[in-house]
Ligand binder design. Structure first.
Ligand code: GDP
Length: 205
């Protein structure tokens, strides 16, 4: 999908600030430094829509982006920062779990994990919430340019096993450096939108 006019909407720190809108939401979750901002920018074909590298307030902000008035991309706060206090970690948990459980327009979560590493305890907790709330989800394994092509299947298998993701869950390798996998991720996102439209059509009959 070629995005024409992606717009930053708001950095929400409380539920009241979430946009009042019927647009479906695709949320992105992952630990800090996993490459979430870079992937968001790659998906929308912009260099700096999602702001990279700024950690301040990042543990509790949810950033909303309007993608051509078609969908919202929702950038959930990263986790796994070394210098985060227990209080801040609890707040992060409240914000993320809260968002996952209150948004009826949330239709897909993209969980990001680095292709090179075994998912952390925090990744496992994040993924457990995603499974528990029953939302559609895809796993994007980032920075695929950092390993050899032949290593990819073994890393995907290890990540699937560690997260206890079922065989039906798509795991898509992506690289924001060479853009490999970005189109495939869009196709996967689109396939969920189409399925959702078809269900709505079906409901009307
Ligand atoms: P975030 O904290 O999850 O938003 O991560 P960023 O998008 O800010 O990326 C963290 C670091 O990883 C930055 O130095 C990026 O340049 C680098 N990075 C992100 N994506 C890729 C990728 O696909 N390949 C490589 N080689 N580096 C990446």
């Amino acid at each position: 999908m070629k995005v024409k006019n992606p717009k930053f909407v708001i950095s929400a720190v409380s539920e009241k600030q979430y946009p009042e809108s019927d647009l479906l939401e695709v949320a992105f979750a992952g630990r800090s430094n996993v490459g979430k901002s870079s992937l968001l920018n790659s998906l929308v074909g912009r260099k700096n829509l999602a702001y990279k590298g700024n950690t301040q307030g990042k543990t509790r902000q949810i950033n909303f982006y309007n993608i051509d008035d078609e969908i919202h991309f929702v950038d959930l706060p990263g986790y796994g920062y070394a210098a985060v206090s227990k209080g801040e970690k609890n707040l992060w948990a409240k914000v993320v779990e809260g968002y996952l459980n209150v948004r009826p327009q949330l239709y897909l979560v993209i969980m990001l994990v680095d292709i090179r590493h075994k998912p952390s305890k925090d990744d496992i907790q994040m993924y457990t919430w995603i499974k528990k709330c029953g939302v559609n989800h895809i796993i994007a394994v980032t920075k695929s340019d950092k390993i050899g092509k032949t290593q990819v299947p073994a890393q995907i298998k290890m990540i699937r096993e560690t997260l206890e993701a079922g065989p039906e869950v798509d795991i898509i390798p992506v690289s924001s450096l060479n853009k490999k996998g970005v189109d495939k991720l869009w196709e996967a996102i689109d396939s969920y939108i189409v399925e959702d439209d078809e269900e709505t059509e079906g409901d009307k009959e």
